[in-house]
Structure formats: C-alpha cells, structure tokens
Design a protein around this ligand. Sequence first.
Ligand code: GDP
Length: 485
Amino acid sequence: TIYDSKRSETPRDKLIGGLLTEDFDERSCVSRYHQSLLYRNPSPYKPSEYLVSKLRSYEKLHKRCGPGTDAYKEATKSLGHDNNENYANKTVGECRYVVWVAGFGLGNRILTLASAFLYALLTGRVVLVDQTKDISDLFCEPFPDTSWLLPHDFPLTTQQIDGYNRGYSRCYGTMVINHAINATSIPPHLFLDIIHDSRDEDKMFFCPKDQTLIDKVPWLIVKANVYFVPSLWFNPTFRDELTKLFPQKEAVFHHLARYLFHPTNKVWGMVTRYYNAHLARADERLGLQIRVFSHQNVYFQHVMDQVVSCAQREKLLPELSTQEDAKVNTSTSQRLKAVLVTSLFPEYSDNLKNMFWERPSSTGEIIEVYQPSGERFQQTDKKLHDQKALAEMYLLSYTDKIVTSARSTFGYVAHSLGALKPWLLYQPNDQTAPDPPCTRSTSMDPCHLTPPSHGCDDDWGTNSGKVLPFVKHCEDRDNDGLKLF
Ligand code: GDP
C-alpha cells in the first residue's frame, strides 16, 4: 500500500483494483505502481472483475506465445517466403498474432496500440509491437516475463512492412475488392489499413462476416492512425464481450491505457519533477491543450482569444478586474490556481502569464501559468521530443479540469487517461474564433475520427451514429466520428 502523504492519509491502491499484475520489479519501471499516486483522487472508474481476469489470462497467453517461445518459432515459419499456401484448414501452432506498426504522431500511436491490444484481447491473439521507432524509450514492457517487442529477426523485414500499402495484394480491402479472400482461401498474413482515408472495403474489417475470415489468418499486420475501439462494438460477438469487460462504457481507453502504458523511468522523472516543481502545491490545476491544424505553422491570436473566451465563459479562469489599481491583496492565503499549457508554441502561455500579471483577477485568485515545452514543430521519432510529448500528456492527465483541442489525439490521450471530461475547443476556421468557443464533452473516451460510414449487411447505409444508443457522433466532429458514451 502506498500513502499519498501530501494530500491525504488514504491508502492508495497501487495495483489499481487488480488492473495491474504484481509480477514486476518496481524499480525498473517506477511509473507502473506509482502513476496512480499523482491523481487528485482515486479514479472513479474501477476495472471489472471480468477485465481483471481476462488480463491475467492474456498475460499467460503472451508468455506462451511471445518472442523466443516454441509457439512463436512455429508460427513464424509460415512467413519466411511469401507463399501462396491456403491457411483455411491449417494451424501454425496454437498462437495467432497482431503486429502493430508505429506511424503518425505519438497520440495516434497510443490510441491505435490500445485499440490493437483490445482487438487482440477479444480475438485471442497476441499483440507485438514494431520497435523500429522509439517505443522502448517511451514505455516499459507491460506483460510480465516476456516481451511485446517484435523481434528484429521477424521474417517480414522492416523494409517489407514499411512498403505495405493499399496496393499490396495482401491488404484486406484490396483482397475484398479483388474477391481474393474467402473461406477456402486464407493467406498466412494480412495487412490491415485503418487510417483516416481508408476505403469502405478496408473498413469491412469491422463487420462480423469479415471477422470470421480474418479470424483464421495467423498474422495480422496493422497500420492505423485512428482510435478504432468504438467501431468494434458494432460486431454482436464483440459487443457481448465488451459489455462484460467494460460495464462503464466510456472508460475503455482509461482502463486500457493505465494497464498498457507505463512511461520509462526517464519520462517518469520528467513528469514527477515538473509536477512537484510547478503543480503539486496549487489548490487547483487547469490543463489547456492547444493544438491547431493549419498549413501555417505559427501562433494564432484568434486561437489565443478562443482559449481565453472558453476558459472564462466556463468559469475555468477568472475575468480580469476592471480596476487597474484594485486593492493590493496582502493576504498570504490566496487561492492558487496552476494552469498547465501544452502547445508547440510558447506564445500561448507567455500571453496568458502576462494577462494575469498585468492585471488582478476579479476573484483574487493567484494564477500561475506554466508550459513545459514549445517545440515549434512536430518532430516525431526524435527521442527527446517524443519523451517531452509523452510527459506532457501525463502531466495534463493530472489536472483537475482540462480544455483540449478538437480532433487532437494528443488531447484525447490526456483527458481519457485522467478520467476527465474535457471542454473541447471547436475547430477554428477562417482565422476567426468560433462562437461558442467550446463545449463540455459528456464522455471521456476518445473519438474514432473516421469510422465506417456504413453498417454491415442489412444495416448498410444506416447512420452509424444512430445504431447503438451508447455509440454516438463526436462533439468535435459535426455529425461524424464515433465515440462511446
Ligand atoms: P495530434 O496530431 O494532435 O492528433 O497528436 P499526435 O500526438 O498524434 O501528433 C502531434 C505531435 O506533435 C505530438 O506527438 C508531438 O510530437 C507534437 N506536439 C503537438 N502538440 C504538442 C504539445 O503540446 N507538446 C509537445 N511536447 N509536443 C506536441
């Protein structure tokens, strides 16, 4: 039991209600058993017993099938040469796999890896992670006595896998178009393309009939950039299982992320040093995640105005006093609010800081503004840059209230990890701040940004936001996107 001495004498549950296994050495990865320590309060979302037992069985499966095992060697034999054998009635040992390939920004990676892991959990597969990028500089191993890293001598080379795209004959959507896959013709591996502009045929992946075929394929190689969990609920078989695993539907990513992602000691040091230096003593913490998707990679005054207008309208930040010479407050017990800004541009926090320095707040609160980095442009795959991005997602998750930017996977990870329902900043257009500037989200799970627009079979053409009562369009996506509520 760990005690949070700073805030209360309540014992903290270091295994998060059984979500985590005890089978790890604490020091090799301090964040694993300490990440719940920084939370304001223990998360209101408890993992179900069913999820806990499913995770323990998964760990056993991963140990039996993981790199270096006989089962793994047996299964990789089918991949050595690009054979045309039919795997419809063939077994390649007892294990089947999903290989997750790293691509796009860090937020995208975290969301897609969690999605691939859940898919593995639902289908009895083992997830292996492409390690050609800096994943092991970011995260510790999540499964005990084994590894989730795809071995360097995996028979499909990095060069081969990098080259997989829609034109590849083993791309699932392409096989559907070419009628090249059916119950009597199953390849040893398939490439799945679950990207923002995937074709309808690629998105058939989510349909039950297609899953019965895909289920037989020993190796699945996934390149994805969207959180695809909400769409898995459309499959009735998955839905029953998902309902048992996640009775609180909007907590799917929250649980998966706390189970799967444990920042390395390097990153955790960055998180805790920053937290202790700037956030720990505040009475309240507000997170502002400012991400603008624009061809111009610059600071925008209209976005600054939008953030301030959102924060003040929603009473997240005080107004400024109209009296320049407001009574000077000599009290030492003023309320302290720490604002954590994350953005590629340092101007956002500089301006906010000046605002609250130049004039007093109308409430008398002291506003401290911090921004850990201002990297100016995205530098994915540069180690320290990615480590800072990860540290900032965790820091944001430890705030009490959070404002995030529309469609940003960086923001999705931060609020969902922290079990926070964010205020979502609408996407600005035409150099003007939208009115209203933001809306409060009613769910904390991330949005599947580009889900199938169609249903399966009989449901073909129905609005996917209207099929299930708990899967609806996202607030930041105007009649599009799907999200669990
Ligand atoms: P998205 O593009 O907003 O969906 O988020 P991603 O995380 O997938 O990609 C954006 C990338 O840009 C991040 O991973 C970082 O590399 C960088 N980036 C964007 N915003 C920030 C920020 O606020 N802080 C830091 N440190 N990096 C950022």
